[in-house]
Write a protein that binds this ligand. Structure first.
Ligand code: ZN
Length: 639
């Protein structure tokens, strides 16, 4: 028996604290306890492997990171008699340092600094030493890294300005003493997994592998991966063996073999990503930042995605567009909904909400890729949204309460519908030869996102969702209303992200603006109201909302299917691109007054093994630390 979506009201703590513009939020892995012991033990070993590599990422991000973190952690764990204001500032800075894995803001890439005086900091360190702390010998040498904004100001600088070198301008530790000109004619043998160093005028690749750079961490990772293998399914065991092989040799061919083995493991209930993966930190976009995630399939949510996918033809037959654009034999797009148990390195404490790997384009084309959506991260984001934020833009108390109660369920449902029955639907006219992008050009992406959103909005009130068991009949009307209200509000709230100009560039934002703008102009579904100098978008007619969405969807499908570039351009130019800067200024002022967090760091679940007399694992227990400092100190062995 499964618990229906949205049937229990969750009162656990999500938002734990605010640190400047960051929120600290607890991540929950419901469902872990119900896993078979074999999978729990598998996850436990992979979890250990994820912690074992964490410091690789710290070191990659900044050469001084580990010494800085040691200093901070020693001080905060030996605080007696440190003056209160100094200690408070050190704690603030340390929390930001943990959330961002170093002194660079993960959104802006820019450095942040300690705001006490260097003398006060040195005094705090002396007191901590008296309390038994072990502070790195050269504390004075670290001072500029803690205090001077002009020293190593940006972690990744892709556009440093005329005459400046992107590698020199970037403070990360993926290169040492190297400029772009050095790379001309250089044969880079380990592009993804090496640090490039200039020694005596020539380039040396320090390969990340057993016996190479990060040897001590990588050996530990390998040890834990090895311990995991007996508990893995056969395809997953094959992938883990391939990963170990890659960690041992560092060779590109072994990395490719691992990618293939990982992609081919499609059905295992547990999976991990562990290695040098994303390349955003490297200004060249070549070197992989280390990360690890361990997760299990959320069977209930994945079952929901599969039910939608299986019913894809039912939805296709009822699309509100002309019959010639309806497809036969349509199959829903399938992905796994997962719950993460731990994310470290490049994916934690700040986490992605969806992942599609591997990045190697050749392997994607030949062997496919795997997509996961991080259900529990998405849920934690939603649950940690400040109630004031919803209240500020909701016209009535009832609307705010509905959002509080249902927006998480509604947005997960419509996101699945968008992906599964939205993007895969519809037939294209023959003359486009399967390539509408070619004629719709820069309009294509926003149009296609609109189409997928409209499919979700159109079918979310449909009884079919109750029949499929995706929503409870009694909740359905509230969920629909909450979704429509949230969609309308978002067109207003999203303007906060565009603080300059009066135009929207990003495709998803254009799509949402277009749909709400079109509804405002062509239906009675939404009213613009004003109260106390504030603007509200109020959904006044749910039925009109759905019917109008159907009309718009029919037209959007026609535009895509016929490749009607002029119509697409007119649609977005009229409703999706331009906005009133005065309205934006109002929204920005309202958001700023609420001190909205601009990013979130997650406290991960904690696993503990229960062992028998001979050291064998008899159970794995999950708990939630509810505290960033507790978790960070435990990871670095200080608790
Ligand atoms: Zn999409």
């Amino acid at each position: 028996m499964s618990v229906p979506v949205g049937s229990h009201v969750d009162t656990r703590p999500y938002l734990l604290e605010r640190v400047d513009e960051a929120a600290v939020v607890q991540l929950y892995a419901d469902g872990f306890e119900a896993l078979p012991l074999r999978e729990k033990i598998l996850i436990y070993h992979l979890y250990q492997a994820a912690i074992a590599g964490r410091d690789i990422y710290y070191d990659q991000r900044y050469a001084h990171n580990l010494a800085m973190r040691d200093t901070l952690e020693e001080i905060v764990t030996h605080p007696d008699a440190i003056p209160e204001d100094t200690l408070a500032e050190i704690r603030r800075y340390t929390k930001l340092f943990w959330i961002n894995s170093g002194p660079y803001n993960n959104l802006t890439a820019r450095k942040f600094v300690l705001k006490c005086t260097p003398a006060a900091f040195a005094e705090a360190a002396r007191i901590a030493v008296r309390n038994g702390a072990r502070i790195p010998a050269d504390l004075a040498g670290l001072e500029p890294y803690f205090f001077d904004l002009a020293v190593d100001p940006i972690v990744t600088s892709k556009t440093p300005g005329a005459g400046k070198d992107i590698l020199q301008a970037s403070a990360n530790n993926l290169y040492s003493g190297v400029v772009m000109a050095d790379l001309e004619g250089f044969d880079e043998r380990y592009p993804l997994n090496s640090r490039l160093v200039k020694q005596d005028g020539r380039l040396v690749e320090e390969v990340y592998r057993v016996g190479g750079r990060y040897d001590k961490y990588i050996r530990e990772i390998v040890r834990h991966l090895d311990a995991a293998i007996p508990y893995a399914t056969a395809p997953m065991a094959a992938a883990l063996r391939a990963l170990i092989r890659f960690y041992e040799t560092g060779e590109t061919a072994d990395r490719a073999a691992y990618d293939i083995a990982w992609v081919q493991d499609r059905d295992s209930p547990v999976d991990t990503i562990n290695g040098f993966v994303e390349v955003y930190m490297d200004a060249r976009g070549v070197k992989g930042a280390w990360e690890a995630l361990v997760y299990y399939v959320n069977p209930q949510k994945t079952a929901g995605i599969r039910k939608l996918a299986d019913a894809a033809q039912w939805f296709e037959d009822r699309m509100p567009w002309a019959d010639q654009y309806k497809k036969q034999g349509v199959r829903g797009v399938s992905a796994n909904a997962i719950d993460v148990v731990i994310e470290t390195g490049d994916s934690g404490p700040v986490t992605p909400v969806g992942i599609n790997l591997p990045n190697d384009q050749t392997i994607r084309e030949l062997h496919g890729s795997k997509s996961v959506s991080l259900s529990n991260a998405n849920q934690a984001y939603d649950k940690s949204t400040l109630p004031e934020f919803r209240r500020e833009f909701a016209w009535s108390v009832e609307e705010a309460q509905r959002a509080e109660k249902w927006s998480s369920v509604a947005s997960e449902l419509t996101t699945d519908m968008h992906e599964v029955i939205g993007h895969g639907s519809g037939r294209i006219a023959e003359h486009l030869q399967g390539n509408p992008q070619g004629v719709l050009k820069e309009q294509y992406s926003a149009l296609e996102e609109s189409r997928a959103d409209l499919v979700a909005l159109y079918f979310v009130p449909d009884r079919k969702l109750v029949e499929l068991g995706l929503v409870e009949e009694a909740d359905h009307a509230d969920i629909v209303r909450a979704e429509y209200e949230g969609y309308a509000r978002n067109a207003l709230v999203q303007l906060r992200r565009i603080r300059e100009g009066s135009q929207i560039e990003e495709d998803h934002m254009r799509n949402r603006q277009m749909i709400v703008g079109w509804l405002l102009a062509n239906s009675r579904a939404i009213e613009v109201r004003r109260r106390d100098g504030k603007t509200y978008y109020v959904v006044v007619d749910v039925k009109a909302f759905q019917e109008s969405v159907g009309r718009l969807l029919a037209d959007v499908q026609r535009i895509k299917a016929e490749g009607d570039y002029e119509a697409a351009k007119t649609l977005f130019e009229t409703y999706g691109v331009h906005f009133d800067p005065a309205l934006r200024d109002e929204v920005v002022a309202r958001v700023d007054r609420l001190h909205m967090p601009s990013y979130t760091g997650f406290v991960q679940p904690r696993l503990q093994a229960v062992r028998d007399d001979r050291g064998g694992i008899t159970d794995v227990q999950i708990s939630y630390p509810l505290d960033l400092q507790t978790q960070m100190l435990e990871y670095s062995g200080r608790r």
